[in-house]
Design a protein around this ligand. Structure first.
Ligand SMILES: Nc1ccn([C@@H]2O[C@H](COP(=O)(O)OP(=O)(O)OP(=O)(O)O)[C@@H](O)[C@H]2O)c(=O)n1
Ligand SMILES: C[C@](O)(CO)[C@H](O)COP(=O)(O)O
Length: 227
């Protein structure tokens, strides 16, 4: 069984809207609903959870309750990784635990459903799989404003989501890292820290994370292009 975990418990501080950015609407649909619909439409996702900020549970539920694969809202934590951990612990308490979990940022509404499925196929083969975009710009490591070294860009990938993992292994990885979760910014880095193999699945550039206000201007263009 494959569960999606859609993390939507952030406050959207960098975006600066009056409400958390996952509830901002694009063409009359919230970002959260747009993202959730992609997992509802995936042929390999059996059920999904949405991780919500404790102050927005009702609004979160209202956005996703019509989806047949939606199971429950889980209360988030103080960081994205804490939120993921809360969802993993919810699943750990179930009698019928999932085999794989597919973790997605609610604020990446343009994810392609076929790419979701590709990440699941690859995770079933390798153990973990991350949708990622190969760097097309020259990349450098910088310290105090000075270039330390230029990196081989064919070996540099920008991590997107979803990131899909063997559930038992990911839970163990989170348990191993639970005192240092703030050292990580995504699930793959926690999985790799535990020594597990992780593959990349080439993703489309338009699977952007809506982080700042200007990303919503770009989102309007992507939405128009996709329409
Ligand atoms: N404690 C948190 C923090 C973030 N997220 C989710 O993780 C995803 C990526 O996080 P980010 O873009 O950083 O969202 P925010 O934390 O809301 O943004 P900010 O840091 O600007 O407040 C988002 O879907 C966000 O809702 C979460 O579930 N729980
Ligand atoms: C998980 C992620 O989207 C992969 O690129 C990214 O690390 C999330 O970072 P954020 O600061 O929590 O938005």
């Amino acid at each position: 069984m494959v569960y999606a975990i859609i993390v939507a418990a952030g406050e959207g501080k960098r975006a600066g809207f009056e409400i958390p950015k996952q509830f901002v609407k694009l063409n009359n649909q919230t970002i959260l609903r747009m993202s959730s619909e992609k997992f509802q439409n995936s042929k390999l996702i059996d059920k999904f959870l949405v991780v919500s900020h404790r102050n927005y549970v009702d609004l979160t539920e209202k956005e996703v309750q019509t989806f047949s694969k939606f199971e429950n809202v889980v209360i988030g934590g103080s960081s994205r990784q804490e939120s993921v951990y809360n969802a993993l612990m919810y699943l750990h308490k179930k009698v019928n635990k999932p085999d794989f979990v597919c973790i997605h940022d609610a604020v990446r509404p343009f994810v392609d459903t076929n790419k979701i499925d590709e990440s699941i196929y690859k995770a079933k083969e390798v153990g973990g799989a991350v949708l990622a975009e190969m760097a097309e710009n020259t990349i450098s490591q910088v310290n105090n404003g000075r270039i330390v070294k230029t990196l081989e860009r064919s070996q540099i990938y920008l991590h997107h989501t979803p990131q899909t993992f063997d559930f038992t292994k990911l839970l163990k990885a989170y348990q191993k890292a639970e005192k240092i979760l703030s050292s990580f910014t995504d699930d793959a880095s926690i999985f790799i820290h535990a020594g597990y193999e992780t593959a990349v699945v080439e993703d489309y550039r338009n699977n952007i994370k809506l982080t700042k206000k200007q990303d919503f201007e770009l989102a309007k263009c992507i939405f128009e292009l996709n329409s």
